[in-house]
Design a binder for this molecule. Structure first.
Ligand code: PLP
Length: 399
């Protein structure tokens, strides 16, 4: 794959370094979705030609998603995105445990995305369900000793550990989590939120041991509003959405065929380009990191060297800078980055991820996340390097 020559048509800005929030729709995906729409599409449950056509597209998309995730097609449930997949995994698996009178404890890492964390906390409001948060160390990696101790202390139905963190990009030792759970709590299921990692990690390999895996199309160059949850037997789910029994009774509602096509094509492209993307994007990220380290004083690289981080992620804490001011000032100059965590209103919240890693509040206030993706170019990085140091210097309260 050669370096892209133009940035995406869907987010028109000079230097878009916020792929972790959403990745521009890939032109090939837009094309495949337009082709899917070009013929009359019926409801995939129907009998006539347009319905048969929709069903064929849906099942082809399912086969592709399953292949990319290393799963059987029957394991794939199409959803409306990462949040729904996470809710279905947590409430579905715990609901089945409650129904069957099995242990009902849930453990989730302290750095899970709110889609997972809030689902676990809400499930803990159910009678008998308990939620235990798993600590991470200063690198952001889940504490395996705490996991083992927790599994020995409380009977657990579900362990939720993400594949890679959305703020820091830190890749979790998922296979070791799986091994620990299999050794100490045979009945417990492992759920991994692979939403951030999809562009850069081979999910078929890295998530092979997990019982439940969530993905979202818009983090990998697909459309917003499409995602999937993979559920490996014998894991049982109680449906969250009741109705016509689509998706093998696990998620009722007429499927979004075009969204499923978009998800499938986005995953296929990511799979085909992965090794080159890891090399190219990782190189650009390293160039950005090195350039900023040279030109910005008081810069703290949040994740220590040697820790595995997604190739597109660069998380920094800038001492003496308020991140909201920084992000707005950068945006004025055409550089789009993120503070790492924001609530629905878009306002920045204190990061519980950084707090869990023990990052001091004075540093966390100046947290900034640059996330690069398939359409990031060397010119984007040079532009960011030309702009960020001056903006930081102009905002610094405590030089
Ligand atoms: N999980 C992670 C790790 C994410 O980064 C996100 C989105 O930011 C989600 C889940 C939610 O995905 P969606 O936006 O598709 O609902």
């Amino acid at each position: 794959m050669s370096e892209p020559t133009s940035i995406s048509t869907s987010i028109s800005t000079s230097t878009y370094l916020d792929h972790g929030a959403t990745t521009p729709l890939r032109p090939e995906v837009a094309q495949a979705m337009a082709e899917a729409r070009a013929q009359p599409l019926g409801n995939p449950t129907g009998s006539h030609r347009p319905a048969q056509h929709a069903r064929r597209l849906l099942e082809e998309a399912r086969d592709e998603v399953a292949a990319q995730l290393g799963r059987d097609p029957g394991e794939i449930i199409f959803t409306s995105g990462g949040t729904e997949s996470a809710n279905l995994a947590v409430f579905g698996a715990l609901g089945a445990a409650v129904r069957d009178g099995r242990p009902t404890g849930v453990m989730c890492s302290a750095v899970e995305h709110p889609a997972v964390r809030q689902s676990c906390l809400a499930a803990a409001q159910w009678p008998g369900v308990t939620c235990h948060e798993l600590a991470v160390d200063e690198t952001g990696s889940v504490d395996l000793d705490a996991l083992a101790a927790g599994l020995l202390q409380a009977e657990t139905a579900l362990v939720a550990v993400m594949l890679a963190n959305n703020e820091t990009g830190v890749v979790q030792p998922l296979q070791r989590v799986v091994d620990t759970v299999r050794e100490l709590a045979l009945a417990a299921r492992v759920f991994t939120d692979a939403v951030q990692a999809t562009s850069f990690l081979d999910l078929a390999g890295t998530t092979a041991g997990a019982d439940l895996v969530a993905v979202s199309a818009h983090k990998v160059g697909g459309p917003v509003g499409a995602g999937a949850l993979a559920v490996r037997p014998p894991t049982d789910l109680v449906a969250r959405q009741h109705g016509g029994g689509q998706e093998r009774e696990r998620r009722s509602g007429t499927q979004d065929v075009v969204g499923a096509v978009g998800l499938a094509v986005a995953l296929r492209l990511a799979g085909a380009e992965r090794s080159e993307a890891v090399r190219r994007v990782g190189g650009l990220r390293d160039r950005l990191a090195a350039g900023l380290a040279e030109s910005v004083a008081g810069l703290h690289r949040t994740v220590p060297a040697g820790v595995e981080v997604l190739p597109g992620h660069l998380h920094l804490c800038l001492k003496g800078v308020e991140r909201e001011e920084l992000l707005l000032a950068l945006s004025e100059q055409g550089v789009c980055a993120s503070g790492g965590s924001s609530c629905a209103s878009g306002a920045l919240e204190a990061s519980y991820v950084l707090a869990a890693m023990g990052v001091p509040e004075e540093l966390a206030r100046g947290a900034i996340r640059f996330t690069l993706g398939y359409d990031t170019t060397g010119a984007d990085i040079e532009r960011a390097l030309a702009i960020v140091p001056g903006v930081v210097a102009s905002l610094r309260h405590d030089p």
